[in-house]
Design a protein around this ligand. Structure first.
Ligand code: 13P
Length: 375
């Protein structure tokens, strides 16, 4: 039996598909509006979807006990940062957090929605060893995903996230790893759109290693090409998704640092080659970059001349949260400083999404109105 990949299909494609499936954005108005809102001018996403083990590691590094309630209190601090809604369009939650509530009793998804912030949800179940390919992983979570998506939609989520992890070094990544992860990302994205959630497609090429910036560009180029091929094959509507890629940076152990301009130019070049103009937004992960550098890179990318058919913004985890977590340190009396630390990074990145960030913003004091949650 031959594979049907070369049969004539709908719309001149190469794969037969039912009339209801397709790449047309018509009938997807709700998803298009959510995607557009997530990349509204000057705004970006807060990734607060660390799993319990990951957040526990971050807490323990600072001597903060990790309990259901300490994690809840930390997330409440983030979600009530002053003027967050001015620059945060959406927050990515995870399974524990989407079911938790603020101390007032208001469930987190509603707390966010009341501020005009769109709740989202991490739905992959993690990167697991890829059989036959030592040192590589494939992200799992497709089994039962349709039902989980429906449940999360019921809990108030309007978008979702799935992170694939690609490691560079010793001949890696293999084609097997890139294709397996691209396929899973595309299956996830198609299921999200079926269930009325905007998929954030996150193929992360890790910074771990001593490779140079050129290797990161080559690998990211190949990964994004595979991801968009897979998205096309699965009939994902590009207009109703967002891409969350890494920036093009040297490995963290690379002896040759790259200038901000070099990172920005390589990143934009790679994206222009690989990301179709139909995708409404590209929202970067921070990937372990220094927080201020992640802001400076985003700013420079947005300042570069030339065509940028997508909105370019942020969906940072560590680069938004690290300063806030440290300022809080697990103590109630530090909640206002924790909120302010998050708000500062959010404001700086909001400005960077417009190419309007400057070093002076790092010193700027919040105005009185921004203290409203502290009193
Ligand atoms: P970082 O910005 O810390 O890389 O986290 C973003 C994210 O969502 C990783 O999946």
């Amino acid at each position: 039996m031959s594979i049907s990949a070369n049969e004539p299909g709908q719309g001149g494609g190469t794969t037969a598909r039912p009339a209801s499936a397709g790449r047309s954005p018509s009938g997807q108005e709700g998803l298009l509006a959510v995607a557009a809102g997530l990349v509204a001018r000057g705004k970006g996403i807060l990734a607060a979807d660390e799993t319990v083990p990951t957040l526990t590691r971050r807490f323990e590094a600072l001597g903060i006990p990790s309990t259901q309630d300490s994690r809840r209190a930390y997330r409440e601090m983030l979600f009530t940062a002053p003027a967050a809604a001015d620059v945060i369009s959406g927050v990515i939650l995870q399974d524990e957090t989407i079911r938790q509530s603020a101390s007032s009793g208001v469930p987190f998804p509603q707390l966010l929605a009341a501020q005009g912030i769109v709740p989202g949800i991490k739905v992959d179940t993690g990167a697991k060893p890829l059989a036959g390919w030592p040192g590589e992983t494939v992200t799992e979570g497709l089994d039962g995903l349709r039902d989980r998506l429906a449940e999360y939609r019921g809990l108030g989520a309007h978008f979702a996230k799935w992170r694939a992890v690609i490691r560079i070094g010793d001949g890696r990544p293999s084609r097997a790893c890139v294709e397996a992860n691209a396929h899973a990302l595309a299956r996830y994205a198609a299921l999200c759109q079926e269930q009325n959630l905007v998929p954030i497609v996150e193929p992360e090429v890790l910074m771990d290693g001593a490779h140079g910036i050129g290797t990161c560009e080559d690998v990211t180029d190949a990964v994004l090409a595979a991801v968009f091929r897979a998205l096309h094959e699965q009939g994902v509507v590009l207009e109703a998704m967002l891409l969350k890629p890494n920036m093009i940076v040297p490995g963290e152990d690379c002896p040759e640092p790259a200038a901000i301009h070099e990172v920005a130019a390589a990143t934009l070049r790679c994206l222009r080659r690989q990301v179709p103009a139909a995708v409404p937004g590209i929202i970067f992960l921070s990937g372990g970059q220094d927080a201020r550098l992640a802001t400076a890179h985003l700013n420079e990318i947005n300042r570069l001349p030339g065509a940028k058919p997508w909105t370019i913004s942020f969906s940072y985890g560590r680069a938004l949260q690290d300063a806030a977590l440290t300022a809080w340190g697990g103590l109630d009396e530090n909640l206002p400083s924790g909120r302010e630390a998050l708000a500062l990074r959010a404001r700086c990145n909001g400005a960077a999404s417009l190419g309007a960030y400057s070093d002076e913003m790092e010193q700027a004091r919040p105005n009185a109105a921004q203290h409203r949650h502290d009193h």
